[in-house]
Design a protein around this ligand. Structure first.
Ligand code: BGC
Length: 741
């Protein structure tokens, strides 16, 4: 697509700017910056949206004008070869220095080929698969001109009311940190200068998942210990994996908005962690500091944001409008603007955009890369691995392909829209996404299938109930496909009610009443933990498929008919009711825990109207086979600071199917200078066992794995007793321990 004239003009500018002579990226950036005016440097810190998508308030921008003036360095929501070419050409050919634009987009769980929502993918506990998903996302996104994704979201989330719980990896620090690394590796690959790799972005820095009452954008208050022990580690893991960019968040943290928070952005991210990449604000989050009551006006917001370490202003216009005057007045040191510009230019150099600004722009590659058959089959495999079998009374699943007649009922049976979930980038829905109905047609003949929608997800029109009940009575087995709409989770989608929405629960009830003895299977699509307290009693099996993506219906059918033996396990606790929220497995104990032998004892830390325990615990997920754990062994009952400890267990497949099992290692630091969680995941392995097969699974622990931030905020490990267990979920009692000497 790049013309000879463009190529020549481009290289002339840079050869004569001495950039081509520079030895390394830093030196190249420095050479280039010597040629830049302050206004041009500020231009690099400005990002605006193309008109492809809108993910926040509509802000009028005049993109071509800003690019031409050198007042814009990056764009979001602009992609496709044609679209990015037209814009890049303006930047490269019509500006004084020809600095290429950076194109970013929310490629969150796939670009065209959509994988399950991130909370779903986390349930696979399969780091390799997650990395493969982000590799494919990068292939597809980069083939459409994109250089950068605003992913992964590594916010720990423990409140299912918060809609964005769907975008993260769940409640656990260790697991979310491993997953953060996998995403970064997949997106960025091993060499950013390759045309199929893109910049990753760890977001939203930081604490966003702890929004009060699960309401999006809401206030966050937490002690530094919790911040460091729970919310920061996945971000640190992303830095360790080489993530090139960070996004600051919308929320305030202990009174200081995170887009103006020097403590987190400069002290922790830059100083402690040595992060060399750049930080982009969230969408207008710098301006929002005015409404937070932290900045007087937009000039003040620009001053605070830049000084705090937000290098790029997404959609806020405040850097473009006010930074120059702030520097001239001495309110922002020019060195800070230089640093921001340097970081952004460095990313552009690493991507190879200064060698060829059109290197991501290739019509042939664009056409060949979308929805490659191998991407679709990977999406099917990942969707199957991400599904969690929550309940399977009397082994009603898998179903036989010979079943005479199955009634498929519910608003999501034929859905090709919600199935992709929220933040589904450019995934095509109708006509491309495989519905559950289409999926089961691979296993059943049309005459074995009956279908009724029954009702909508949210409307309260019951006129479809009678048809649904009629077919349910004629069928041998009933499969309900129900859940949330895709817009019910994600950004600005907090809920106060965690039930399956609308009149779907009523339809389930009616179908059970009409069929007291029939097998009923509930396939659930949703973006958060749902309160299933009624449904566990009404149906026999519950298969949580989340929003499973483009191939979701095919993968669901694979599980329903036993071609895939479910192996997903929850990475987030499912409460009994919303009143238990927040509820997560690695909570702290109290001084009055409930005694095992008397759960209702007075003056204990309990509820008078509900058990403390959740409905489904972290780590829970059934298989069509059964696994036995035996012969737990520790290599020693003591561990020194320089030593390693081996913990092993023999896992046997004792059931009738081959299958995967996620084997989990937990510890409990019994006494600390600050209290420690009752259980902490410290390792896991996903193993495959054939029927009758056994394997010894071994974990190696060192003192390093036992570290935490103490009350002086030192990252340390303390002598004493640690309980340890290897288990199939977080629901177990410790029986073994060792001493850290
Ligand atoms: C979201 C970010 C997203 C950005 C750009 C914001 O509203 O909070 O997660 O990356 O929009 O679309």
């Amino acid at each position: 697509m790049m013309t000879l004239k463009t190529k020549l003009t481009y290289s002339i500018i840079f050869v004569f700017g001495h950039v081509a002579l520079a030895q390394n990226y830093e030196a190249k950036v420095d050479s280039l910056m010597k040629l830049m005016t302050l206004q041009e440097k500020i231009g690099q810190t400005v990002m605006y949206s193309g008109s492809w998508d809108q993910t926040g308030p509509i802000v009028g921008t005049d993109n071509a004008k800003y690019i031409r003036e050198g007042n814009m360095g990056a764009m979001l929501n602009a992609f496709t070869v044609k679209g990015t070419y037209d814009l890049q050409k303006v930047a490269v050919e019509e500006t004084r220095l020809g600095i290429p634009l950076l194109f970013g987009y929310d490629v969150i769980h796939g670009h065209r080929t959509i994988f399950p929502i991130n909370l779903g993918m986390a349930a696979s506990w399969d780091l390799k698969m997650i990395e493969e998903s982000s590799r494919i996302s990068a292939e597809e996104a980069s083939a459409e001109g994109l250089h950068w994704t605003f992913s992964p979201m590594v916010d720990i989330a423990r409140d299912p009311r918060w809609g964005r719980i769907s975008e993260g990896s769940g409640e656990d620090v260790y697991l979310a940190s491993q997953i953060a690394k996998a995403y970064v590796k997949g997106y960025q690959g091993d060499d950013l200068s390759k045309h199929n790799t893109i910049l990753a972005c760890a977001k939203h820095f930081v604490g966003y998942g702890a929004a009060q009452a699960g309401r999006d954008y809401h206030t966050v208050n937490m002690g530094e210990g919790e911040l460091r022990n729970v919310y920061l580690p996945p971000f640190k893991a992303a830095v360790d994996a080489g993530v090139e960019t960070f996004m600051s968040a919308f929320n305030e943290l202990n009174g200081v908005p995170t887009s103006g928070n020097k403590f987190t952005l400069r002290d922790i991210l830059q100083e402690e962690w040595g992060f060399k990449g750049f930080v982009v604000s969230d969408y207008t989050s710098i301006n929002e500091m005015i409404l937070h009551g932290f900045a007087k006006d937009s000039t003040d917001a620009a001053r605070i944001g830049m000084n705090a370490g937000v290098d790029m202003d997404m959609m806020g216009s405040v850097y473009r409008k006010h930074l120059k005057e702030l520097v001239e007045e001495g309110k922002v040191d020019e060195a800070i603007v230089n640093d921001a510009c340097r970081r952004i230019l460095l990313a552009k150099f690493k991507l190879g955009l200064f060698d060829d600004p059109y290197r991501y722009i290739d019509e042939k590659r664009e056409a060949e890369t979308k929805y490659k058959p191998e991407f679709l089959s990977k999406a099917r495999e990942i969707a199957a691995a991400s599904s969690v079998l929550l309940q399977n009374k009397n082994n009603v699943l898998p179903l036989s392909k010979e079943t005479k007649s199955i009634a498929f009922i519910g608003p999501l049976v034929k859905d090709e829209y919600d199935i992709l979930g929220n933040w589904a980038a450019k995934g095509d829905r109708k006509g491309k996404a495989v519905s559950v109905f289409e999926g089961v047609l691979e296993y059943l003949k049309p005459n074995q299938i009956m279908y009724a929608k029954g009702c909508d997800i949210l409307k309260d029109d019951e006129s479809g109930f009678s048809e649904a009940i009629t077919i349910s009575k004629k069928a041998d087995v009933i499969v309900l496909v129900m859940g949330e709409g895709h817009h019910m989770s994600g950004e600005a989608a907090s809920r106060t009610n965690l039930k399956i929405p609308g009149i779907q629960p009523k339809l389930i009830q009616k179908i059970r009443e009409a069929n007291p003895d029939k097998k009923i299977i509930l396939v659930l699509m949703n973006g958060r933990p749902i309160n299933l307290s009624d449904e566990v009693n009404l149906v026999d099996a519950i298969l949580e498929v989340w929003f499973p993506g483009t191939m979701g219906g095919a993968a669901t059918a694979d599980i329903l008919f036993g071609a895939y033996n479910p192996s997903g396990k929850l990475t987030v606790t499912f409460p009994r009711n919303v009143g238990q929220v927040p509820i997560y497995y690695n909570m702290k104990n109290t001084g009055r825990p409930i005694p095992d032998n008397n759960p209702t004892e007075d003056y204990k830390s309990n509820y008078i109207d509900s058990p403390n325990s959740p409905l489904f615990v972290f780590g829970h997920g059934l298989s069509y086979t059964t696994f036995k754990y035996a012969d737990f062994t520790l290599s020693s009952h003591t561990l020194s600071f320089s030593d390693t400890l081996k913990a092993s267990v023999v896992v046997s497949n004792t059931g009738g199917f081959d299958g995967y099992e996620v084997v989990q290692l937990y510890i409990h630091d019994k006494v600390g200078s600050v209290t420690r969680p009752v259980k902490e995941l410290k390792g896991f392995q996903k193993i495959f066992l054939k029927k009758g097969e056994s394997k010894t699974v071994t974990f190696i622990l060192t003192a390093e794995d036992l570290k935490f931030y103490n009350s002086e905020m030192n990252y340390t490990v303390e002598h004493g007793e640690f309980e340890i267990a290897i288990a199939p979920s977080s629901d177990f009692k410790f029986k073994n321990s060792f001493i850290l000497e």
